[in-house]
Design a protein around this ligand. Structure first.
Ligand SMILES: NC(=O)c1ccc[n+]([C@@H]2O[C@H](COP(=O)([O-])OP(=O)(O)OC[C@H]3O[C@@H](n4cnc5c(N)ncnc54)[C@H](OP(=O)(O)O)[C@@H]3O)[C@@H](O)[C@H]2O)c1
Length: 263
């Protein structure tokens, strides 16, 4: 890491949803190790969230705080950011990462003939609405500090068939389109907006797939790099898109799939 790059990130603040595990947690650590203060949300894992805060503050000497948040109530981003304002004096980066699973996705995760409006709507809320509401709050604060960067997590399941993934895949396609609209309108505030679209990454969300072992094995088979993706593989791309090195990248989806999508 060059000194110049580190100093341009140091003292800035990242807000990210779903920082307790997987890709969100990897982002918390990636930004913190580069001197960025972090505000992240948790849903069911408060204890783990508090442990992460202590660990990050001790290891990297940055400020790290966690907040409860339910991505199925995206309008509560307003109150969440007001809480964050009490602890942090600026917001520079926002990553829309949290994703629902379990009962909330019943009727949304499954075969086409089993899809139901409620499950599909929940995924839309957690994917598109959450990106919009979180980005609106973040953008107001970024404008005050002269700009910033927003990243939405996406998935290559909007480009290739993944069994049971139509609900998520279609909403990832939708959020990528929303990213382009946001980028077009927020540019005048010097805010860049991009998506990172991951191939299968070995996290709890993937373990919840009914055919997890098969996906894991097929991913390694499809990848010229002969392995499944790790949370850090996506975190470093999210981080890159927030740095000055990505200063002319906006409205873009960066596909980070270990070469799996082509095969
Ligand atoms: N894994 C993959 O293969 C893959 C590939 C491409 C893109 N992605 C995308 O990357 C993002 C992160 O996925 P992941 O695999 O890292 O997931 P994960 O390991 O399952 O983590 C999910 C995170 O979301 C939070 N969360 C769960 N339900 C929530 C709710 N109702 N409200 C607010 N937060 C909630 C969890 O918090 P608690 O632990 O506190 O409940 C946790 O921090 C998602 O947008 C996903 O679609 C994943």
């Amino acid at each position: 890491m060059s000194k110049k790059m580190e100093s341009s990130m140091k003292g800035k603040t990242l807000v990210i949803s779903g920082g307790t595990k997987g890709i969100g947690k990897a982002n918390v650590y990636k930004f913190a190790e580069n001197g960025v203060n972090v505000a992240f949300t948790y849903n069911s894992n408060k204890e783990i969230a508090l442990e992460i805060c202590n660990d990050v503050e001790e290891k990297y000497g940055v400020k790290c705080k966690c907040y409860p948040f339910n991505v199925l109530e995206p309008e509560t981003y307003k109150e969440l950011f007001l809480e964050i304002d009490k602890d942090f004096d600026r917001v520079d980066f926002f990553i829309s990462n949290a994703m629902i699973y379990g009962r909330a996705v019943v009727g949304g995760y499954g075969k086409f003939m089993k899809l139901k409006p409620r499950g599909l709507n929940n995924i839309y809320t957690a994917t598109v609405n959450a990106f919009v509401c979180g980005s609106q709050q973040a953008a107001k604060r970024m404008e005050k500090v002269g700009g910033g960067a927003i990243v939405s997590l996406s998935s290559t399941g909007n480009l290739v068939y993944i069994q049971n993934y139509s609900g998520h895949g279609t909403n990832k396609a939708a959020v990528e389109a929303m990213v382009r609209y946001a980028a077009t309108e927020l540019g005048e505030m010097k805010i860049r907006v991009n998506a990172v679209s991951g191939g299968p990454i070995d996290t709890d969300a993937l373990k919840a797939f009914t055919n997890y072992e098969e996906v894991k094995q097929k991913t390694a088979e499809f990848s010229p790099l002969d392995r499944i993706g790790q949370p850090e593989d996506l975190a470093q791309s999210c981080y890159f898109l927030c740095t000055q090195e990505a200063s002319w990248i906006t409205g873009h989806t960066l596909i980070v799939d270990g070469g799996t999508t082509f095969k």
